[in-house]
Ligand binder design. Structure first.
Ligand code: 9YT
Length: 127
């Protein structure tokens, strides 16, 4: 059994900060669960272009408001309680009107290697 607390992750190598988001990785591949689980902050006023070409991601918003624009598709409003799942590796823009807190699950799990090359994640603008 694995037991952790967010407080143990903040400020460590598993707390990744970028100009538009920060991600506290609660569970990673090495935890052996078959998925990774992240508590992510999307910074207010930012826009991020994201393409997880090698991963499926589900995102559950628990704080804040914004939108996700699927490139070539629809735009969906994000507010607490909204979940989206990138079941088709959709390229998208993620925009935060206010700071958003998202619980993210990745399949396959992130290993930590993706942190350094930001594979599939390309920040465009910061607000
Ligand atoms: C919602 C989202 O995709 N944010 C970008 C960060 C990513 N979820 C991560 O690495 O935790």
């Amino acid at each position: 059994m694995i037991v952790k607390h967010l407080e143990e992750i903040v400020g460590t190598v598993d707390d990744i900060d970028t100009p538009t988001w920060s991600s506290r990785r609660l569970l990673l591949k090495q935890d052996g669960m078959g998925f990774s689980l992240h508590d992510t902050i999307i910074k207010a006023g930012t826009e991020t272009f994201i393409w997880y070409k090698n991963h499926l991601e589900a995102v559950y918003c628990i704080e804040g408001e914004g939108e996700i624009e699927v490139i070539g598709g629809e735009t969906y409003q994000i507010k607490p309680g909204m979940i989206y799942a990138l079941s088709g590796n959709e390229k998208h823009y993620l925009r935060a009107r206010s700071q958003m807190r998202m619980v993210c699950v990745f399949n396959p799990p992130l290993t930590g290697r993706e942190i350094h090359d930001e594979e599939g994640v390309y920040p465009l603008l910061e607000g």
